[in-house]
Each structure stands twice: as C-alpha cells, then as structure tokens.
Write a protein that binds this ligand. Structure first.
Ligand SMILES: Cc1cc2nc3c(=O)[nH]c(=O)nc-3n(C[C@H](O)[C@H](O)[C@H](O)COP(=O)(O)OP(=O)(O)OC[C@H]3O[C@@H](n4cnc5c(N)ncnc54)[C@H](O)[C@@H]3O)c2cc1C
Length: 454
C-alpha cells in the first residue's frame, strides 16, 4: 500500500479520488497532500458556476461521486427537496455543493481514523517520477511521496490560430469564457460573436443573453448545428446491446461501425438508446481501433459523436430555440480564419466548410467557446510542459492527453511508471470518453484500488 500520496488537481476528479481513499478506511495511516491549485477545492471548472442557467448535462440519478453509489447526488438533493426526480437535469451549482459536502465528510472521516490530509491551495509546478517514488515541487520546495495522481482537468484554452495580436490586446476577444460569465460587464455590447456551438457555447449564449437582454448573438461552427437535445425521459434500448458490441469488436473499423450503428438505430424507437448502451463499452471499443482507425474517427466521426453523445438538457435546448425565434441568435456555418481589430470592435473572416467565397462579420465582442483542450505537447500549462519536456510522460499522438495504461498509469519511453497515475481528461487518448463523472468515478476507484493494494 502507498501511504504517502499526492493528489494534484482541485476539481471533481481529485475529490472523487480523495473520497475513495478516505471512505475505505485503509488499515495503515494515509498521508495525503492535496494540491488544489487555488479556487474552491472540489468544484473545479465545471461546478464553480453560480448561475442556475448552467445545468448538468447528465441526469441527477447518474451523477454520484462514488462508483459504488451512483445515486449519491440524487440522495443529497432529495434530502432537501424530495420532489426532485432522478431524470432531472439540475444546476451545476448544486452539484458543486454536493462535492463540497462529500469532501468535508471524507475529511472528517479521515481525521477520525487518524489519516493526515494536507490541503495545499496552490498548483504543483513540477513532478519527478522515479521507480520507487515521486517528488512533487511547488516552487523550489520538493516533497517526496510514494505515488502521485494527476487530476488536472482540461488544459488552459489557447486563442485560435488566426486571432490577431491586436484583437487579443483589444480586450474584445475572450479566450476563456468562464471569468466573463462569472462577472459580465454592465455595459452590454450590441453584437456578440460566439465561436463554437457545443455545450460551452450553449452556456455562454444563455447566460449572456439573460444578462444583456438587447444584445444580438451570432454563433459560428463548421456545420452550424447545436448538440442534440436529451429527451425529457430516458429511452431504454429494447434489447441487449451485446450483439452490437460483439459485431463492432469483430470488425474494428470506423466505416463498418457507422454501418452497424445505423442498422441498430433503425430497429429502435429512439437513436439515443443505442448510443447510451455503448457507454460502458467505450474504452474497450476505443482500444480495439488501430491508430489509423482512431485518426479516421477523429477526422470524420468525432464531430457527430460529440453532438449525439454529449447532449443538451431539454431546458437548454428550449432556451436556445426561444432566442432564435426572437431573432436574437443566428447560427452561422463556417470556419473562423482570421479575427482582427475593426474600428470599435473586431472583424471575423469566415470561410465556408468545403470551400467558396469568404464572409466578413463585425462583432463588438467575440467569445471563444470551443470546449476543452487536451493537447499536452502544445500547452503552456507549467506542470504538463515540465513533464513533457523532461520526457517523463509521452503525449498522445492524437493530442488527447498522455499515453497511459487503461488503469491510469502514465507511460514513458521505458514503459509504465509504477507510481505516477492520471484520472480524467489526461486519459482521453487511452479511454476516449474520460471527462464526465460516470467515467471519472470509475477511474478514481481503479486508481484507489492500486494505491491501497498490498
Ligand atoms: C462547462 C462544463 C460542464 C460540464 N458538465 C458536466 C456534467 O453535467 N456532467 C458531467 O459528468 N460532466 C460534466 N463536465 C465534465 C467535467 O469535466 C467533469 O464532470 C469534471 O468536472 C472534471 O473534473 P476534473 O477534476 O477532471 O477537472 P476540472 O474541473 O478542470 O478541475 C481540475 C482542477 O485542477 C486544477 N489544476 C490544474 N493544474 C494544477 C496543478 N498543477 N496543481 C494543482 N491543481 C491544478 C485546476 O485549476 C482545476 O481546478 C462538464 C465540463 C465543463 C467544462
């Protein structure tokens, strides 16, 4: 058993691991250093929002923090409001409350059992893994531990290629939307361009449209389409998906898989049930694809997968439809090729998908809302840069985090580190679906099993 463990990251993934370790009441004393990176521990990026317009995109009954208690969140909210249903999509703010409460409970339990948890409210700057331990640095000060777990979430967002330095300097181009949403300026811009049309863009549009009731929005993406909406109630697959999974594993090729999925969907009342039935099998399916097939998936199917797999709660879909009907939101197809200063605002040069004449668009404010970044080879994130530059970890070839074993042990040129683990976004290239709580809590359990094993 590893008794001295560093947990690096201040979000829900780190909270889930901390909970797993303390909840199990291991026989020997644990010494945990939890580097939370500032911010309120456990909330991370997704659950730090205080807006009730920002909803979970997973139903309440599936959002438990512990793999053994998937209903934990539902139990928590029902204690206060028994009318909440497991199928509801609740505000993410409430989920942050739940995470904080679970962490407080785990810390109290740990104290009773004599475990020692140091909360370090700073970022870990460097990590040096070795065969028999790991040293974690904050500034010049290094602390040796038996094992370390990276739970750092998505990497900091970078401005898109083609965004002019003048546009960035103008303050009218917003690279990270979350600080803006937390405190939008009182003076409302007349026209806002939002780059992206995924779940982050949906949050941006609903929040800013409510705060700035006279503002018009243009949301731009390659296909101009929003994510698919969830149904109000869940649709269960009529049969067992085992046959479909078996057929997919027999022929691990993207084109064949799309064919099989179309066939399976044709037999169901709703396509969502087929996609949802794949969820527990996603890591196995992803592992079955060759590197070339993974690349094909990324190039040709990723966009459609994301739209169908990561869906909008019905209320969010209705809010956006109302904005469109009121003429306040216009969706535009295109690729943003260039953004530069233009008088009091910015000019966007849009190239249509598949070629054709470009269009120009003037906006008073541009909000980049393109979702998460996972590319450790190109990130300015200090810890990941240090790990990559020193070749302690290997970037995933598709830019999806780090190479790792399916159990979360990070790889270097000589094999898997015995004592350096990751959970969450960094495992995207290994497991494909690795950013939502239903997957993260399983990873937290698997890593806790390895840390506490004799
Ligand atoms: C807007 C949004 C909405 C989402 N909605 C849902 C949802 O409804 N349901 C769902 O299941 N999933 C949702 N997700 C997915 C979400 O990623 C996970 O649910 C979960 O929050 C991931 O937690 P995390 O700890 O891996 O990452 P994060 O929340 O990103 O937390 C990582 C933390 O680590 C800190 N950190 C970074 N580097 C260091 C360092 N060197 N040292 C110390 N700390 C560091 C960061 O500052 C951050 O606080 C959503 C994601 C986003 C962005």
């Amino acid at each position: 058993m590893h008794r001295r463990v560093a947990i690096i990251g201040g979000g829900a993934a780190a909270a889930a691991l901390l909970g797993e370790l303390l909840e199990r009441q291991p026989p020997q004393t644990l010494h945990l250093d939890w580097y939370t990176g500032g911010g309120t521990p456990a909330r991370g990026v997704a659950y730090a929002t205080r807006s009730d317009r920002h909803l979970l995109n997973v139903r309440a009954a599936s959002m438990g923090m512990f793999a053994g208690k998937p209903q934990g969140f539902l139990d928590f909210v029902q204690r206060e409001d028994p009318s909440v249903a497991g199928t509801d999509f609740l505000p993410r703010r409430r989920y942050g409350d739940y995470l904080e409460a679970e962490v407080a409970r785990a810390l109290a339990l740990g104290k009773v059992h004599g475990h020692d948890v140091q909360i370090v409210p700073f970022a870990a700057d460097a990590v040096v893994p070795e065969a028999d331990g790991v040293t974690v640095f904050r500034g010049e000060e290094g602390r040796r531990v038996d094992a370390a777990v990276l739970a750092i979430g998505a990497l900091p967002t970078q401005p898109l290629a083609g965004v002019d330095a003048g546009a960035l300097a103008s303050g009218r181009y917003v690279v990270d939307p979350w600080p803006l949403l937390a405190a939008p300026p009182a003076a409302a811009p007349a026209h806002v361009a939002v780059i992206g049309l995924g779940l982050t863009a949906a949050d941006v549009l609903l929040e800013l449209a409510a705060r700035w009731p006279a503002t018009r929005f243009t949301a731009i993406s390659r296909h101009g389409l929003l994510p698919e909406p969830h149904l109000r109630s869940t649709a269960l697959p009529s049969g067992d998906s085992a046959e479909l999974i078996e057929a997919m594993l027999d022929a691990p090729e993207v084109r064949r898989w799309l064919h099989l999925l179309r066939e399976a969907i044709a037999q169901e009342e709703d396509w969502r049930s087929v996609l949802d039935s794949l969820r527990p099998h996603t890591p196995t399916l992803w592992a079955a694809l060759s590197p070339e097939q993974r690349r094909r998936f990324q190039r040709h199917a990723r966009w459609a997968w994301e739209r169908a797999r990561h869906r909008m709660p019905p209320l969010v879909a209705e809010g956006l439809a109302a904005l469109e009907q009121a003429g306040r939101l216009h969706r535009q197809r295109g690729h943003v090729h260039r953004v530069e200063p233009d008088g009091d605002g910015l000019r966007l040069e849009l190239h249509p998908h598949g070629g054709g004449a470009h269009e120009l668009l003037h906006a008073d404010l541009v909000v980049q809302s393109v979702g998460m970044d996972f590319d450790v080879a190109r990130t300015p994130h200090p810890l990941m840069r240090q790990l990559v530059v020193n070749r302690h970890v290997l970037p995933d070839p598709l830019g999806l985090g780090c190479q790792a074993t399916p159990q979360g042990r990070l790889l270097h040129e000589g094999g898997a580190w015995p004592r350096l683990f990751a959970i969450g976004s960094l495992l995207r290239g290994t497991l494909w679906e690795s950013t939502a709580m239903p997957e993260i809590r399983q990873q937290a359990r698997a890593v806790a099993d390895q840390l506490l094993a004799d």
